[in-house]
Design a protein around this ligand. Structure first.
Ligand SMILES: [Zn+2]
Length: 128
């Protein structure tokens, strides 16, 4: 077997992409898990204190921090879903194809943003 052509071929490219996504997915899953624990603590704490944001002098800060945590958790969960989609795009072979124009997505773009689903040109267009 000629290893040098195998390494440069589409199979190797697919394996590399799958590995990159799996790595990112693992760290994102860990992030989601710890944020979820944090969120559960916040919910438990606010249940204990009676959740009196309006009249507690620190209520505003607490409410702000809670909103931030909720947004971060939402974002992390979204990332996890995007990584799952990316993984199935790799499996289906359409990972390197732009969802908008059908053109190729540059390898450098995918290396930097494994969840990218369109090429750099389409990414600059307003959302449809
Ligand atoms: Zn495109």
């Amino acid at each position: 077997m000629d290893e040098s052509t195998e390494r440069a071929g589409p199979a190797a490219e697919r394996r590399q992409a799958a590995e990159l996504i799996a790595e990112k997915r693992e760290s994102t899953a860990r992030l989601v898990a710890s944020l979820t624990r944090l969120w559960d603590d916040v919910v438990a704490a606010s249940a204990l204190t009676g959740d009196d944001d309006e009249h507690d002098p620190e209520g505003q800060t607490v409410a702000f921090e809670r909103a931030q945590l909720r947004d971060t958790l939402k974002q992390a969960r979204g990332d996890l879903e995007a990584l799952d989609r990316a993984a199935s795009r790799v499996a289906g072979g359409e990972y390197w194809v732009c969802e908008r124009c059908g053109g190729p997505i540059a390898a450098a773009r995918l290396a930097a943003r494994p969840t990218a689903t369109c090429c750099i040109d389409c990414a600059g267009l307003p959302a449809r």
